[in-house]
Design a protein around this ligand. Structure first.
Ligand SMILES: *Cc1c(COP(=O)(O)O)cnc(C)c1O
Length: 282
């Protein structure tokens, strides 16, 4: 079962309790809350050219006694940047005894930052979500983990069905996380981070792109002059980028995954060709 589902089912009473989410963010938090009949309170991230920042004060203000869970995605999907550590920690502290702070670290491996697991001991209301779907490229295994105080895990364990993890998944995961594999993954992550820097710098040069947001993830959020043009430019070279225009504060935004050096070069060629076409037709 998905960790968000499990948390919401375990801590939110249908029709009574709520969760706080900070859009633009991962769509599944809302879906899981709505399926459970929990309320969803939105406290938008604050957008600037330096990325999207947590509005800790407003989150705190939104946390009535009906709010049981606060979902923070860091690095954010789709924003790409990691949230301010002090703001997150202060929120944990102030919500202790009131609500759980769920930090979704799906992309933590791409940040160079330590996981929040390192501060778990000081924050009994902190819940950390990790997954093998991204850095380990193991989305097919459907395997992630919830790390929290033993009392929280105890509650979740009573809701989680027995035999929750198939043997085939266990085998796949053990193989993928063996020592030699970890070294290879660490290397891949370093390559990706280097490519991310190069790709960001090159995207900034394009006249079709108005802003490149800073990224701590394996993708880059860009604001285009016209998202359709860049989307189709990627498509014309056989690459798919993610349309984020439905996300709040993300008008004309696309999420571009950092690919292999070859894919990134191909994307930039596609964008350059689209730029030239525009010049010719202008
Ligand atoms: C991909 C992703 C996850 C994890 O997805 P699973 O494949 O279900 O483990 C969690 N949170 C965010 C923000 C993601 O992008």
């Amino acid at each position: 079962m998905k960790a968000f589902d499990l948390l919401i089912r375990s801590f939110c009473r249908a029709g009574q309790d709520s969760v706080v989410i900070c859009p633009p963010t991962f769509g599944f938090y809302r879906v899981a809350a709505e399926v459970q009949g929990a309320g969803v309170i939105e406290v938008p991230l604050i957008r600037s050219n330096n990325g999207f920042a947590l509005d800790a004060e407003q989150v705190l203000a939104a946390c009535s006694d009906k709010v049981k869970l606060v979902f923070l995605c860091s690095p954010g999907n789709p924003p790409g940047n990691a949230l301010d550590v002090e703001a997150m920690l202060s929120l944990c502290k102030q919500l202790n005894g009131r609500a759980l702070v769920v930090v979704d670290e799906a992309y933590i491996e791409f940040t160079g930052r330590p996981s929040f697991t390192t501060v778990l001991a000081q924050h009994p209301n902190l819940v950390i979500l990790r997954t093998l779907s991204k850095a380990y490229a193991l989305a097919g295994a459907r395997c992630g983990t919830t790390i929290a105080d033993a009392d929280i895990i105890g509650v979740l364990a009573r809701v989680l069905p027995p035999y929750a993890i198939p043997t085939s998944t266990v085998e796949m995961v053990l193989k993928a996380t063996a020592t030699e594999q970890r070294a290879r993954i660490a290397e891949q992550i370093q390559t990706l981070i280097a490519e991310r820097g190069k790709l960001s710098a090159q995207l900034k040069q394009s006249k079709l792109i108005r802003h490149v947001f800073p990224s701590d993830a394996n993708f880059i959020l860009v604001e285009c002059l016209d998202a359709d043009i860049v989307f189709n430019a990627a498509k014309s070279v056989g690459l798919v980028v993610r349309d984020q225009r439905k996300q709040p504060q993300c008008a004309n935004c696309l999420r571009i995954s950092v690919g292999t050096p070859e894919q990134n070069a191909r994307l930039l060629q596609g964008i350059a060709a689209a730029e030239n076409n525009l010049k010719v037709s202008a």
